[in-house]
Design a protein around this ligand. Sequence first.
Ligand code: CU
Length: 152
Amino acid sequence: MRADAAAGIASGVLGAVLIIVIWINLVFPAPIVSGGGTVLTGPDVALKEHEWGFNQFAKGGPQICANTNSTNITITLANTGINLHGFQIVRADTGAFVAGLAKTDLLRPGEPPRKIVIDVSKIAPGSYDYICPVSGHRQKGMVAPFVVQSSC
Ligand SMILES: [Cu+2]
């Protein structure tokens, strides 16, 4: 077989493999790692946002546990990604807004970290999620548990 024909067949096979790999990733996306075993607690929490997770270069993020006897949690939010990202705490069941930034108040890539004060006394004990409210980002993995309970 001629060398150029062999190279053509090889690149065709490589292209087909790439298309199959991309298709598998689209049809069977990797599961979102919710919590990932890490729990952040205490009055000061630092979160790095990027595509498509918090504090890790993977989907999901660490759980945040808020103690009911603490008053405020200060979340220092840094956008280390290349897209705009926001921050909201929403109800785990309904997705209703509970606290955080307005949907249009987004952090630009590389802007100085922002401190968001969450008044825990205004949130009933229970299960919540913190998310990035930018369209599609939660679905891609920017979601992790936020729980309010009597002990963390
Ligand atoms: Cu985002």
